[in-house]
Design a protein around this ligand. Structure first.
Ligand code: F6R
Length: 615
């Protein structure tokens, strides 16, 4: 997956493009490039590395004058990350320049055809094939750029968000989208192009999100023309007013986005239930659920599809739905579900969870479920994202932009939304008493304050991080509602500190992982006083007798675990189903501090991207 930006207007394009690329680096950061056109010369600079490396290259290589430009930050799919494979790419004549996010699946076949027709390729990318295909069509059929793009895209199999311009058309950029996101910001006599709205938020609040199979011709001083790629029909685009503000997407004094986002959780959770949880009236109001209540109540089961951290939130929801609403739940990795010919019935409800709303596997799982007649409900953070639009109905998490690659506030706000849904369904089904329902609502309302208290463990967590930062392996154990938290804690550590970590249900330890335990193994155990406390204490004893190092997350005031553990981290008491919202906080902090102490790139860990829009 990659980030794309573009500008066409009256200002110098370069600073807008560079700042935009920096905001989009969460989408990929193994190489970056820009092309600027001043009406006479196209100036291109690209490099392996980050946008900061690109800035150095630009200083040495090109003058940046020009009011038309495009830029790209890459997460390699076809071809290793290097200068040649970086975008933008020229066509063979040097007239066309393109940037692309996505994958052209039939690029080998197209490349063979073009090679036969005399085209030469300098990179290993599918994108260079696409730009030459457009050029070939343009020359062969003697048609304008927009038309040539349309004809070319009808020959392409795959996913794309592209922006392309022609040296002979200094006032025009053509964009198109299928499967990868593309937003167009509309200012006064100027246009911005980007993978999401963050690059242009300080310039305009008006944006068009292209739908799949749509393309737009953007011309200086003219109205945007949007067309359907397949049949050329004109479309009247919907211009949205953006709710995002600049402060939300900047670091706000924190050293890293991840830390900022960890600390934003009290307000993010509050935003998630604001207007939905009305404890004074003892109701939960979510239009996506109310409007589709029958489908939920008639569903023989709920299938949850998601990836990574969102999958862990799905696992937590399995406990909540089954426990409170007595609805059977199956939680599936979207990547497995989409390819394993699953049994899906018309009455099934599929809940797709995704922070970005762009994860390719989750999107494909939704499409499969819909094709079998299931009702799909999306739980997304990014408003207007592909999954949010593809789902039949949904609920946003309202966590605000999550920029750090490691998901933090997305996880807790997803759990909050899923808890609200489970409680609402439980009430409608009568599987929860009114007093228990009210108790849950009141307790949920206290969670933001309790998360704040959980955040005060930062100092002890830092001490623990310092002690164990050089460990080669970590084990994370939890039971019941906190088993998925153990998985999530391990994932956080792996992805940003590159330390091997495994999460396990605490009782499973004796079926294998216990063999790993010796004096070098730190074991993080979630042992709150709810759930299977005594059993977890026994597991802790088993670790202790094998000399493992115990870091325990306990409920405030705990005494039994304190006697056994090397370190305890106390979180406030709450009802069992809400404990994941608190126990996950010190685990996020632990991975953060270890990664910082090991000098790792916390916000942009190696090999990862914020939204995985490829398989
Ligand atoms: C982990 C992480 C990934 C994502 C996964 C799904 O910190 O960020 O595991 O959770 O790629 O992404 P979304 O939720 O955007 O579908």
């Amino acid at each position: 997956m990659c980030g794309i930006v573009g500008y066409l207007g009256h200002r110098e394009a370069y600073p807008i493009l560079i700042k935009g690329l920096q905001r989009l680096e969460y989408r990929g950061y193994d190489s970056a490039g820009i092309a600027i056109y001043d009406g006479e010369t196209i100036k291109m600079s690209k490099t392996k590395g980050k946008v900061s490396d690109l800035i150095d290259c630009v200083k040495e290589e090109i003058d940046t004058k020009g009011t038309l430009g495009i830029g790209h930050t890459r997460w390699a799919t076809h071809g290793v990350p290097n200068k040649v494979n970086s975008h933008p790419h020229y066509s063979n004549s040097g007239n066309l320049v393109i940037i692309h996010n996505g994958i052209i699946e039939n690029y080998e076949t197209l490349k063979k055809e073009l090679t036969k027709r005399g085209y030469a390729f300098h990179s290993d990318t599918d994108t260079e094939v696409l730009v030459n295909l457009i050029e070939d069509i343009q020359i062969k059929e003697k048609i304008k750029l927009g038309k040539a793009v349309q004809v070319a895209l009808n020959q392409v199999v795959g996913a794309y968000a592209i922006a392309v311009f022609d040296k002979n058309k200094p006032n025009e950029i053509v964009v198109a989208k299928l499967g990868s996101p593309l937003a167009i910001g509309i200012g006064d006599d100027e246009f911005f192009i980007a993978s999401d709205a963050s690059p242009f938020i300080e310039y305009t609040k008006n944006a068009i999100y292209l739908e799949d199979e749509e393309m737009a011709i953007i011309r200086r001083g003219k109205k945007i023309r949007v067309r359907k790629i397949s049949d050329d029909s004109l479309i009247d685009p919907y211009v949205q007013e953006l709710q995002l503000n600049l402060e939300q997407i900047e670091k706000g004094g924190y050293e890293h986005f991840m830390l900022k986002e960890i600390y934003e959780q009290p307000s993010a959770i509050l935003d998630t239930f604001r207007g939905r949880l009305l404890s004074d009236q003892a109701i939960i109001k979510m239009s996506g659920i109310e409007d589709n209540m029958k489908r939920f109540l008639n569903a023989p089961r709920i299938i949850v599809v998601a990836c990574g951290t969102s999958w862990h939130a799905g696992l937590v929801s399995e406990y909540i739905f089954e426990d409170l609403a007595r609805i059977p739940v199956e939680v599936e990795y979207a990547s497995e579900f989409r390819y394993r010919n699953p049994v899906i019935n018309e009455n099934d409800v599929v809940i797709a969870i995704s922070q970005s709303g762009e994860t390719a596997d989750t999107l494909a799982a939704i499409k499969l479920a819909k094709s079998k007649g299931a009702f799909v409900f999306g739980v997304c953070n990014v408003v207007g994202s592909s999954i949010a639009r593809e789902a039949d109905a949904g609920a946003y998490t309202h966590a605000g932009p999550e920029i750090g690659v490691a998901s933090t506030k997305a996880f807790t706000t997803q759990i909050t939304v899923l808890t609200l849904i489970a409680l609402r369904l439980a009430r409608a089904k009568g599987t929860i008493s009114s007093s228990d329902f009210r108790r849950h609502l009141l307790e949920l309302e206290l969670i933001p304050e309790k998360v704040k208290t959980a955040l005060t463990t930062d100092d002890i967590v830092k001490t623990i991080a310092n002690v164990y930062k050089n460990s080669r392996n970590f084990l994370y154990l939890g039971r019941g509602y906190n088993f998925p938290v153990a998985l999530e804690g391990a994932l956080k550590l792996k992805e940003i500190s590159y330390i091997h970590a495994e999460g396990y249900p605490a009782a499973e330890m004796k079926h294998g992982p216990i063999a790993l335990i010796d004096e070098h193994m730190p074991v993080v155990v979630i042992a709150t006083n709810k759930g299977h406390y005594d059993k977890v204490v026994s597991n802790i004893q088993e670790i202790k007798s094998r000399e493992g190092k115990i870091i325990a997350v306990v409920t405030k005031g705990d005494t039994a675990v304190k006697e056994l553990a090397d370190y305890v981290i106390e979180v406030p008491e709450t009802i069992e189903s809400l404990t994941p919202l608190l126990t996950t906080i010190p685990l996020q902090l632990l991975s953060y501090h270890i990664a910082v102490m090991l000098n790792k790139n916390v916000d942009q860990p190696r090999n990862l991207a914020k939204a995985v829009t490829v398989e």
